[in-house]
Design a protein around this ligand. Sequence first.
Ligand code: FAD
Length: 389
Amino acid sequence: MKFELDEEQRAIKEAVHEFAEKEIKPRGRDFDKSGEFPFEILKKAARLGYIAVWIPEEYGGAGLGAVENAIIAEEFARADSGIGYAIQLTAMGCPMVYYFGTEEQKEKYLPAIPRGESISFLGVTEPDAGSDVASMKTVAQKDGDEYVLSGSKMFITNAKVADWGVVFAKTKPDARHKGISAFIVETSAEGFETTPIEKMGRHCQDSCDVVLKDVRVPLENLVGEENRGFYYLMETFNETRTNTAAVHVGIAQGAFDRALEYAKQREAFGRKICEFQAIQHKLADMLVKIETARLMVYKAASLLDAGFAPTKWASMAKLVAGEVAVEVCLEAMQILGGHGYAVEYDVERFFRDGRAGTMVEGTSEIQRNILANILLGKLPAAKKKQTQS
Ligand SMILES: Cc1cc2nc3c(=O)[nH]c(=O)nc-3n(C[C@H](O)[C@H](O)[C@H](O)COP(=O)(O)OP(=O)(O)OC[C@H]3O[C@@H](n4cnc5c(N)ncnc54)[C@H](O)[C@@H]3O)c2cc1C
């Protein structure tokens, strides 16, 4: 059993840290305020080969693994919770295409993502179907050599800035999860309309209401087989939850770094506040929580790299990291006292950006349901990864 990053992984962490300190950290407040997507920073990160590193070289990626992807996600979000999150999620639609798409789909859609020249989204949630994915109402009907998609999606990250995404729709409307299929939809398609939702944080990354008004896609845009979309989604949640968990470890670490630095400088009652045991215990508890979440992320990522679909570990990593981000950011704000509430000190932004950690990619309650199902033998803890092609 090995608990250390290897030499190459440590070198990646150091290089990405340096990049993120220089290019991401100083820009966080501005992008939070402007709400613009950080295209230019995405391109710089892509030029250094830091985007979607898990995509194999034959499809334009760096051919690294989920562990390296997690290391990068963490360093991006540690530097800034908004920009880091935004540039790390540009590959949201890619696991579905890579694991279940055709060779043509992979060649057409994947390579521009690691180059920072394209952004993707994943369209699952609907106004009346969030946790209960199987009750989605968007439908896809075959019409000659096309599918026609109609319905609406909600909270779709990147939908405004993306070029394409994977949209889930019913091909058998009465069949619940057994009637869902996945389609690649280009955002330039007629009838694809987006309206950004005003939200608490993650301002430089849109989350949109999406209306699909008879959007036509060619038959070849079906991902995998008809009516298998739900199963593909559950499998790729292992990748996306691990990635999201890594982002939230980064958010927690970023808030912790700032709180520790502040506690070493700030004086009260003639002492640095880091000398008060009350503050020391907060910092110690924050450290334990972050390291716990990080180990869970690395475990899930290592299992992904070993060819498993590690439902138990991806779910635990997402659960723990999402909750830790919220708890650590709140404590960081408390350590900064009134300054924690001021925009100038950044930790309030980390809190706002990290708050959705217990909601996205399956809420904390849903992760606990999954884990209970594993405990009760209703779901496997892990299995060998399946791929369509
Ligand atoms: C910032 C942000 C970005 C997002 N990005 C995307 C995206 O890119 N793509 C996408 O498809 N979706 C996205 N989402 C949507 C997100 O995945 C959903 O919000 C989430 O799955 C929960 O669905 P819901 O909001 O409809 O809540 P609901 O499902 O209505 O749940 C409401 C509450 O009930 C609880 N609950 C529901 N069912 C159960 C149950 N069986 N047992 C116990 N408790 C339960 C939930 O945990 C929650 O507390 C995003 C959301 C946010 C906030």
